[in-house]
Design a protein around this ligand. Structure first.
Ligand code: SF4
Length: 243
């Protein structure tokens, strides 16, 4: 890696390492208490399985591998990328699930309001609506968020036993840690890849590329999976694997 590239990748990796430490240190007891108080109960409205409500589904590598074995057509690059090189190729830390291009953007696996792969569903779908992120609030104050979409779906204040709350809390912490570990591996690999191929991250090419994509152009996307990149051509909602 040339020195000019170092700060960008170092910062991305450092930020995620700090976040990973914070997630690991967050007491599961505190998260379990929140889970018990919230008492979320699913009413099968299926809103959470749409991009309109939740954006895209973040897949860990192990989710992506399992889902590829079930239905390879379900895996696509996510609609948001992490960076672009000077040639306008995008790079992203993992896959997402294909969604309907029209309407609410329903998940590829949603049928008649039910998940077709429920026993094999991704980790994020198992822990939803619980999460463990630090995000800025309306006033820009950064604090932990433990629940997504509160009061916008499902029912609340259902009884949840301490054992179940603890189990969910541990799963949430494991998932959030795994996302960060995957992102760190992505940035480490990308730094080496850029160095080997004479590439550099360019913010302007990222912005230009996103504008071109929205205007209907084909863009190249490299998705980090299994410790390497898989290449895609993306045009609007059309995603095609390529060499
Ligand atoms: S995989 Fe299943 S649970 Fe997850 S978003 Fe798709 S339909 Fe919903």
């Amino acid at each position: 890696m040339t020195p000019a590239h170092l700060p960008f990748f170092q910062k991305q990796i450092h930020d995620r390492q700090k976040e990973l430490e914070a997630v690991k240190e967050y007491p599961w007891e505190k998260l379990a208490e929140v889970i018990g108080e919230v008492g979320f109960s699913c009413t099968r409205c299926a809103r959470c399985c749409t991009r309109e409500f939740n954006g895209h589904v973040v897949l860990l590598d192990e989710d992506a591998a399992r889902i590829r074995a079930i239905d390879p057509a379900a895996l696509v690059p996510p609609p948001e990328f992490d960076l672009s090189d000077q040639h306008g190729t995008f790079y992203v830390a993992g896959y997402t699930l294909r969604a309907e291009p029209v309407g609410r953007g329903e998940c590829h696996f949603l049928m008649d309001g039910r998940c077709r792969i429920y026993p094999e569903r991704p980790m994020i779908c198992r822990i939803y609506p619980y999460m463990l992120h630090r995000e800025p609030d309306d006033k820009g104050v950064i604090d932990w968020r433990q629940v997504s979409g509160i009061d916008q779906h499902g029912e609340y204040h259902s009884p949840i036993s301490p054992d179940v709350a603890r189990e969910i809390a541990c799963e949430v912490k494991a998932f959030e840690s795994s996302v960060l570990i995957q992102e760190i591996a992505f940035f480490e690999y990308t730094a080496s890849y850029f160095s080997a191929h004479g590439l550099r991250p360019v913010r302007k090419r990222f912005d230009d590329g996103m504008r071109a994509l929205r205007a209907g152009a084909v863009v190249r996307v490299k998705v980090f999976f299994g410790g390497a990149f898989e290449s895609w051509a993306v045009q609007g909602e059309e995603c095609t694997p390529c060499e």
